[in-house]
Design a protein around this ligand. Structure first.
Ligand code: G
Ligand code: G
Ligand code: NA
Ligand code: MN
Length: 258
């Protein structure tokens, strides 16, 4: 109850903050994108992880307001970076299944892009497979709506769900980015013949065949980086390059370009 009533006031009290984690090219280290990740700065509890409050927000309906805030704040921030002549990158947001599977998402996104004057190609939406398992009509209608707008959808945590491969087949052309779950990246070895390497390599090749962009999540070591570079992975994200950081720190990274 305490958590819920505090969360209810978190937005108006300015306690929510977006951190940004860069996505970089494994070859040049150039920043090619970012993911926005929410944090709650509580005056007594300190920084609360979304793992702790997003489920509660979803149960109580508070995630509607939070989701709108995340979308709008990301677009405002990205436009601000662009207006400051920093390199133009797409920034992705995470949407829970309930926030993804509603027709109002489309009008919502249109309105936010119009208000913030951000071009649609600079906003991306990350969803997990759970979002794709619901009512087929709604799933297709939302995916097609976003595609029509030019907002790309990324399939997050790829490989961990129940129907990863069939999702790719059913939604071919509508989901344009694939994010390899970090459990597969953890297991990479410098040895090209290890079983774990085959899996990552296969996912990368698969995405290339399907003309999807592929991002490796959770890259923590230079060995992993090297392997992913050899496999021609488009971009990498992980502690090796940077943790998720506050906007001001991310801006410094972006200013350096790498
Ligand atoms: O950044 P971190 O590891 O703390 O994120 C933990 C989890 O919270 C991840 O699964 C991430 O996708 C999720 N998450 C982070 N930010 C948001 C957000 O703005 N909305 C939703 N729905 N989930 C988020
Ligand atoms: O579910 P999703 O993929 O959105 O979760 C992203 C989460 O992964 C964030 O909470 C982020 O903090 C975390 N993360 C990002 N890079 C790394 C990494 O290199 N290692 C680990 N263990 N977690 C990471
Ligand atoms: Na994500
Ligand atoms: Mn993920």
């Amino acid at each position: 109850f305490t958590l819920e009533s505090s969360l209810r006031h978190a937005i108006e009290l300015n306690q929510l903050e977006l951190y940004y984690q860069p996505k970089v090219c494994p070859n040049t280290y150039e920043i090619v994108g970012a993911e926005a990740l929410i944090r709650w700065n509580h005056p007594e509890w300190g920084i609360v992880s979304p793992d702790e409050f997003i489920p509660l927000a979803e149960e109580t309906g508070l995630d509607i307001e939070i989701g709108n805030w995340v979308k709008r704040t990301t677009c405002i921030q990205n436009k601000q970076w662009q207006d400051a002549n920093l390199p133009k990158i797409a920034v992705s947001i995470n949407l829970s299944a309930n926030r993804f599977l509603e027709q109002s998402l489309i009008t919502n996104v249109v309105n936010v892009l119009e208000e913030t004057k951000l071009e649609s190609k600079y906003l991306e939406i990350e969803i997990t497979e759970t979002s794709l398992l619901e009512n087929e009509k709604i799933v297709f209608s939302v995916l097609e709506g976003l595609k029509g707008l030019g907002v790309k959808v990324a399939l997050d945590d790829f490989g961990t769900g129940y129907s990863s491969l069939s999702s790719l087949k059913r939604f071919k052309g509508l989901i344009e980015i694939l994010k390899i779950d970090r459990t597969f990246i953890n297991d990479l070895t410098p040895l090209d013949t290890a079983d774990s390497n085959f899996i990552a390599k296969m996912i990368i090749q698969l995405s290339q065949q399907l003309r999807m962009a592929v991002v490796a999540e959770g890259v923590e070591t230079t060995d992993q980086l090297e392997v992913l570079n050899n496999y021609n992975c488009d971009s990498i994200q992980g502690y090796l390059f940077s943790k998720p950081v506050p906007a001001s720190d991310f801006e410094k990274l972006l200013r350096k370009g790498k």
